[in-house]
Design a protein around this ligand. Structure first.
Ligand SMILES: NC(=O)c1ccc[n+]([C@@H]2O[C@H](COP(=O)([O-])OP(=O)(O)OC[C@H]3O[C@@H](n4cnc5c(N)ncnc54)[C@H](O)[C@@H]3O)[C@@H](O)[C@H]2O)c1
Length: 360
């Protein structure tokens, strides 16, 4: 079947990024309306209807050249610039889902501070756009973008990733972070709530990888030495059961199964797939939101016997952690950079729980 224009875009731009890499870093490739002077014109053969054929045609046309722009007939014009950032994520482009707040926001902020360009994808598009603007003010124009994405909707994911490809040419790191929690007893939880948690945490991860993997694979087809990463932000509840929280724990256990299976399959495309399993993020909005956070909910419902204040509830949960405190984004980032830097590991679930969950 012939490729659509949108499909061609998600092959051409990621291939150009890697084929025009300089000093081991993919180029920054941005779709533009009018190409600058000196653009290289490329016509794809009419039978170039697969990623391999398109990559081969582009390789023949651009390798060994350093054009300021490439115009690919029937696909579009792309400005090409070198990426000159520094840091642990220098030169990378990252997509982070659920990045309007919480872990996702702080992960995106850290990656940008470490030299990545980041796309903050969220159902809350206003929050994502606002957060991206704040990152650009700190790190420089064009270093972040906010995109609307509903991880339970394949068309929404595809549209968001097409926007990222137009802005940055592709991405090297996909962080599947969007997640929801509705904790309730198995005896009373509604089917609707169970399905909601499963749709976002489990099916959403599947849909995201299904859309992201072909784009990441193009980079490896362009250069066999190119590696990319998918990282799922899982949970300690993906490693050990969670009382009265079965929908969440089940969705996260399932996420480990997907991670291991995707890792086995996508290794052929140079894509590592791993999960990070954080302990409770007490400082984030899920726990600390003054109106809807878990601390205030648990205080109101008397879930912690004898607790009279939020501080009592927090102390109760902190006492469950051998290291005596909740998980912070800085702890998670150590695992993110480990997984990116480690080229000899895939399909793993890395606990970041202060000793609360230990692998057997
Ligand atoms: N907070 C914790 O204690 C904790 C602990 C371990 C793991 N986690 C995991 O970390 C991840 C982030 O958790 P958090 O506490 O920062 O969450 P949060 O509730 O603070 O933020 C979640 C974000 O995801 C977005 N989102 C929700 N549904 C979405 C959808 N369908 N499509 C796109 N975006 C959507 C929300 O708009 C929000 O911006 C989740 O996967 C969660 O399971 C959280």
């Amino acid at each position: 079947m012939p490729l659509s224009d949108a499909e061609k875009l998600t092959i051409v731009a990621p291939a150009l990024r890697v084929l025009l890499a300089a000093d081991g870093r993919p180029a920054r490739v941005t779709k533009v309306e009018a190409p600058p002077a000196g653009a290289l014109a490329v016509a794809l053969p009419s039978d170039a209807e697969s990623p391999e054929a398109i990559v081969a045609a582009l390789r023949a046309a651009v390798v060994g050249k350093a054009p300021p722009a490439v115009v690919v007939e029937g696909v579009g014009a792309f400005a090409v610039t070198a990426c000159r950032t520094s840091g642990r994520a220098a030169g990378k482009v990252a997509v982070v889902t659920g990045a309007a707040q919480g872990f996702g926001l702080e992960i995106a902020q850290d990656l940008a501070a470490q030299g990545a360009c980041v796309a903050l994808a969220d159902l809350n598009v206003d929050g994502a756009v606002e957060a991206a603007a704040a990152i650009c003010r700190r790190q420089g124009e064009g270093r972040a973008m906010g995109v609307a994405m509903n991880v339970t909707d394949a068309a929404s994911i595809r549209a968001a990733l097409a926007g990222v490809v137009e802005a940055y040419g592709g991405f090297d790191l996909f962080i599947s972070n969007a997640g929801v929690l509705k904790a309730e007893s198995v005896k009373t939880q509604s089917r609707k709530d169970f399905d909601f948690v499963t749709a976002v945490n489990y099916t959403g991860y599947f849909l995201c990888v299904q859309a992201a993997a072909p784009i990441l694979a193009v980079g490896h087809a362009a250069d066999a030495a190119y590696r990319s990463d998918i990282i799922q932000i899982n949970s300690k509840s993906g490693l050990a059961g969670s009382n009265r929280n079965g929908a969440y724990a089940g969705s996260k256990f399932g996420g480990i199964g997907l991670t291991q299976s995707f890792a086995l399959e996508l290794v052929a495309d140079g894509i590592k797939v791993n999960a990070i399993c954080p302990g409770n993020f007490f400082d984030g909005p899920l726990w600390s939101d003054p109106d809807h956070g878990l601390f205030v909910q648990y205080l109101r419902t008397g879930k912690v016997p004898g607790a009279a204040t939020i501080a009592d509830v927090k102390a109760f949960y902190e006492a469950k952690v051998p290291m005596g405190r909740g998980c912070r984004t800085a702890d998670v980032m150590h695992a993110v950079y480990y997984l990116i830097d480690q080229h000899y590991e895939t399909g793993q679930a890395v606990p970041v729980t202060g000793g609360q969950v230990m692998l057997s």
